[in-house]
Design a protein around this ligand. Structure first.
Ligand code: CP
Length: 340
């Protein structure tokens, strides 16, 4: 199986490839739990480009790189030229000459796609206005760890309640790619667009999964093994808050009343950051069936798995003899030019 270079969209990968990535993440997590994370990326560098703020993505990628023996650079707007003062093409080519991998959180999906098209090192998508693939791979890892007794991945019922966000798009795609049964519950105006529905319906034909959309949140959660929600509004949508609040509140808030309508084993998930008391209540966030902090921790293990999957096979491993030869040449240079 030949590997793809970039991680931009789970749709670029087959079910088998996604499962192989997930297997690697789980192997590395087990090593980490025994304080045995191998330094597989020793000497490697990661450029982290952020056009938006981040807690989880920024910290988990940097710590992952450090624990794998590498180094991460945090590059935010105002610090580098990213489509301003020089072309994105030039920036992408130049960064590729310095580092072994790029992770980018960009405002527009087209920016990360263009980075991947032009970079000569792997590019990992750390969230765009369209999708959030690293998050949803982490979410599947988390679901597997909290699988309802006796259920296989292909039997999981996953329900997303709320707005058709970039997270929702990625989640419905990966779940249906892997053969799960996905329900979206939200008001008509904020349901997934036709283009996304077409993709997930194709996924279901191939995988045996299923997909449905409903305006009824109680119906949506009735068989759920996992209920997932996300913010109802984002930075830049402040003017829409009254309208959005009216559309979602109180019907689509994940509170104990709604959570109790799901099977008693159902777990609560949120990619965070959350607006407590808005799309979800404290009572649900902090209950013993909430797995939000396991999910957040798994971002670290997921980033390690992704970095190793995409970078490790590309690293050059020169022989000890070659290393000694070059060290000797540098030592000779100093002996010849600066004799003691
Ligand atoms: N879930 C997530 O991507 O969080 P951050 O925005 O904090 O990175």
């Amino acid at each position: 199986m030949s590997q793809l270079t970039h991680f931009i969209d789970t749709q670029d990968f087959s079910k088998d490839e996604l499962l192989k990535i997930i297997q690697l993440i789980r192997i590395i997590k087990e090593a980490d739990k025994q304080s045995c994370t191998p330094k597989l990326l020793e000497g490697a560098s990661l450029a982290m480009l952020f056009e938006e703020p981040s807690t989880r993505t920024r910290i988990s990628f940097e710590v992952a790189m450090t624990e794998l023996g590498g180094h991460a650079l945090y590059l935010k707007p105002g610090e580098i030229h990213l489509g301003a003062r020089e072309s994105l093409y030039d920036t992408s080519k130049v960064i590729s000459r310095y580092v072994d991998v790029i992770m980018a959180r960009t405002l527009k999906h087209s920016t990360v796609v263009e980075l991947a098209r032009t970079a000569t090192v792997p590019v990992i998508n750390g969230l765009t206005d369209y999708n959030h693939p690293t998050q949803v791979v982490c979410d599947v890892v988390t679901m597997l760890e909290h699988a309802p007794l006796g259920k296989k991945l292909e039997e999981f019922n996953v329900t997303f309640i709320g707005d058709a966000t970039n997270l929702a798009s990625s989640l419905m795609m990966i779940c249906t790619q892997l053969g799960m049964h996905f329900t979206f519950g939200g008001p008509k105006r904020y349901q997934p667009p036709e283009a996304w529905v077409k993709i997930v319906e194709e996924n279901c034909k191939k995988s045996g999964g299923s997909f449905r959309v409903t305006e009824d949140p109680v119906d949506a959660v009735s068989k759920a093994d996992f209920i997932y929600t996300d913010l109802w509004w984002w930075v830049g949508q402040e003017a829409e808050i009254p309208e959005r609040s009216k559309a979602f509140m109180p019907k689509y808030q994940v509170n104990m009343d709604l959570f109790k309508k799901a099977p008693s084993h159902c777990k609560f998930m949120h990619c965070l950051p959350a607006s407590r008391g808005v799309e979800v209540t404290d009572e649900v966030m902090d209950c013993d069936r909430s797995i939000i902090f396991d999910q957040a921790e798994n971002r670290l293990h997921t980033e390690k798995g992704l970095l190793v999957y995409f970078v490790y096979p590309r690293l050059k491993r020169p022989s000890k003899e070659l290393q000694a030869y070059h060290k000797g040449r540098i030592e000779s240079y100093f002996e010849e030019n600066f004799p003691s």
